[in-house]
Write a protein that binds this ligand. Structure first.
Ligand code: 6R9
Length: 649
């Protein structure tokens, strides 16, 4: 609602920021009217081995979606993220690492990063890895994760990072789909005082059928914990690296050569391998990092995302390093060992730009002033939010407490598929409204459409689509271009469908309302209801399952699972715990249902379709708003579920 608070850009802020509102407006106009010219210029944010002569070549035409940017240019990502900074910034810290406990930290300069990346790239080459090969990373949040990513890019290998919280089955699925030749992992990770058995999970994953594409596993000894060792397969990171030459010739990559695959959840089926390519992705990550965070020399930037998510790719590693920034990697969690850890890390490293997620902010907010006790946070300049809609209360707390009412908040809306931020305020240019992601970045053309795909004008709510391509857009789903077109371009012809709903207010600001498909967002992590359901029904006692999202104070959304047991099986507290644990084991802790609702039957249409709309209403206690129930095969099922839900609540 536009009647609510507005935080205008102060004249001082506009003055010291990279962009003012007038500049934003005129550059935005140019970027839409003449993308060739705009991106042709902006592509020069990178160093090209062979300059491009073509800029944009994209089509959203049904059945023929084809996206190319800078298509005849050649470049190398590691050169852009490291080599080109050496002359002026060799001794500047590139990676700042803060461990799980405050006594663990490290600083890696650009010179050191160069050496480490070259040596590790040579180690990969020695293992037979070459341009186009897929390498799976299952890493803790240590500098080695970034080193491994950059080493892949140096030799043209395609990385596929699997989040360290995923299960052996999830790792195996991604290895098989991407045909990974090599896995890079660590003995263990650390998080909040506990260890994570990374190597153990990889060992288990590699027992699964179909994973024999993996020839070797490089293991970084992080904790020194005890792990199994398979001589014919496992290699010690330190051993394979130490005697390698400290130079490695970068491979010239075509702008459209694959850079990485990252699996993400959709509304149906198995996770999808989102493919990003080299030139457009890096131009877009570099440009958005620079302008969205108003990056200036001397800034210390901290993004709390894990490298296993797209935010960790674009705004922990590639965007910041392409700009020659100092980027902080944190292995721990915001509230360990003390509630004020996040603020303490800000003070300890003089962080100026902080990028985190609403779920973390809400968890801190729940602790009140304890979360900032004894800290000044006076170095902070810009705050960012990503991953899910930020509710105005959390926004306000972030602004008042963490930022001391001094720092603009950039609420950045984007997706794994978009490669970089699409809708966001810019610090010196955009007046803020708590809860709104505000306006499109350069070159981004959002629109709202109704369910028939008609473009809606003015202040209104609808399905959020993009009318044209931007350089960071995904190019395909790995090995399945048909699914790519089907998922993103078939709902509405000639448009990229985001899967999100949004409202636009009278100032043209966008307010993201959340997913309009069967994708949940739990603590900023995307999960398909179908994935969780398929994990549930793989339990031998479960007959049928339906999963819906329910509001959750900290996590944004919680997982509510309706579960029908096989004949002859009966609910019990033991089975409740067992089924929850089962899902955790199948997918990972983030997918563990919050609530199991033992249901004798699920509401179905006469043609047998589960009516999720009704299940959502029942789960959220809105059974007085079920809407049309005339197509129900057996209405008594619904009454029963409503009664049971009241008992659960
Ligand atoms: C970057 C990332 C994408 C989905 C997206 C949307 C939600 C992300 C948001 C936001 C409202 C924001 N989302 N940022 N919703 N405001 N600032 O999170 O990628 O993991 O692929 O998730 O997250 O629903 O569609 P990804």
């Amino acid at each position: 609602m536009s009647g609510q608070s507005i935080y205008p850009v102060s004249p001082e802020l506009a003055q010291k920021s990279l962009l003012t509102n007038d500049q934003y407006l005129s550059d935005y106009k140019l970027s839409i009217e003449d993308p060739e010219k705009f991106w042709g210029d902006k592509g020069k944010i990178l160093d090209w081995i062979k300059p491009y002569s073509k800029v944009k070549n994209s089509s959203y035409a049904p059945g023929n979606v084809d996206i190319k940017w800078f298509e005849d240019g050649e470049l190398n990502v590691s050169v852009n993220c490291i080599d080109r900074h050496l002359a002026t910034k060799g001794d500047q810290v590139a990676l700042l690492w803060e461990g799980d406990t405050p006594d663990q930290d490290a600083k890696i300069t650009y010179n050191q990063l160069y050496t480490q990346v070259c040596q590790f790239a040579n180690a990969l080459k020695e293992q037979g890895i070459k341009k186009g090969d897929v390498v799976c990373l299952y890493m803790p949040m240590t500098p080695e994760a970034a080193v491994a990513m950059l080493a892949c890019t140096r030799i043209g290998a395609v990385h596929s990072i699997v989040f360290g919280g995923f299960s052996p089955d999830a790792i195996a699925g991604r290895i098989i789909d991407s045909k990974s030749k090599l896995v890079i992992t660590a003995d263990e990770g650390r998080r909040g005082g506990r260890t994570v058995p990374l190597k153990g999970n990889v060992d288990e994953a590699l027992l699964r059928d179909g994973t024999d594409c993996v020839e070797s596993v490089i293991v970084f000894k992080n904790t020194g914990g005890d792990v199994a060792w398979f001589e014919d397969r496992d290699l010690d990171w330190a051993e394979v690296t130490q005697s390698q030459p400290t130079e490695c010739e970068p491979v010239a990559m075509n702008a459209e050569d694959p850079l990485f695959i990252l699996y993400t959840s959709g509304s149906t089926g198995t996770p999808k391998g989102v493919l990003h390519t080299t030139g457009g992705y890096l131009v877009y990550a570099a440009m958005t990092f620079k302008y969205v965070f108003d990056y200036q020399e001397g800034d210390i930037y901290w993004c709390t995302a894990d490298v296993g998510w797209i935010t960790g790719h674009s705004y922990l590693v590639y965007g910041p390093l392409a700009n020659g920034a100092t980027t902080l990697l944190f292995e721990g969690v915001p509230t360990y060992p003390t509630t004020s850890r996040m603020s303490e890390v800000v003070d300890k490293h003089n962080v100026t730009l902080l990028y985190t997620a609403p779920t973390a902010i809400r968890a801190l907010m729940a602790k009140g002033n304890e979360a900032i006790a004894g800290t000044s946070r006076s170095t902070l300049r810009v705050l960012g939010s990503v991953g899910e809609p930020i509710n105005p209360e959390a926004w306000q707390w972030y602004y008042d407490k963490i930022g001391d009412k001094r720092c603009p908040i950039v609420d950045t809306w984007w997706q794994t598929e978009t490669g970089g931020i699409l809708i966001t305020p810019l610090p010196g240019a955009t007046d803020l409204k708590p809860g709104s992601a505000t306006r499109p970045f350069f070159g981004v053309q959002p629109a709202l459409v109704d369910n028939e795909g008609n473009i809606l004008e003015g202040a209104i709510e609808g399905n959020l689509v993009m009318l044209d391509s931007w350089p960071g857009q995904m190019r395909t789903l790995y090995g399945n271009h048909e699914r790519f077109e089907q998922t993103y371009f078939s709902t509405f012809d000639n448009m990229y469908f985001t899967g999100d709903g949004a409202r636009r207010d009278e100032d043209g600001y966008y307010w993201i309302t959340g997913r309009v498909d069967d994708v949940l967002n739990v603590s900023g992590h995307r999960m398909g209801t179908a994935e969780i359901e398929s994990a549930l029904v793989s339990h031998p006692k479960v007959a049928e399952a339906a999963v819906v999202g329910v509001p959750h104070e900290i996590k944004g959304q919680g997982i509510y699972a309706y579960v029908t047991l096989n004949a002859g099986e009966y609910p019990s507290p033991e089975l409740y715990a067992e089924v929850k644990q089962w899902v955790r084991k199948e997918i990972g802790a983030i997918a563990t249902p919050d609530i199991l609702h033992w249901a004798e039957g699920l509401p179905k249409t006469r043609s047998g379709k589960i009516m999720r709309r009704i299940l959502r209403k029942i789960a959220t206690g809105e059974s007085d708003q079920l809407g049309d129930t005339s197509t129900l095969a057996d209405p008594s099922v619904v009454d029963k579920l409503i009664k049971e839900n009241q008992e659960i609540a």
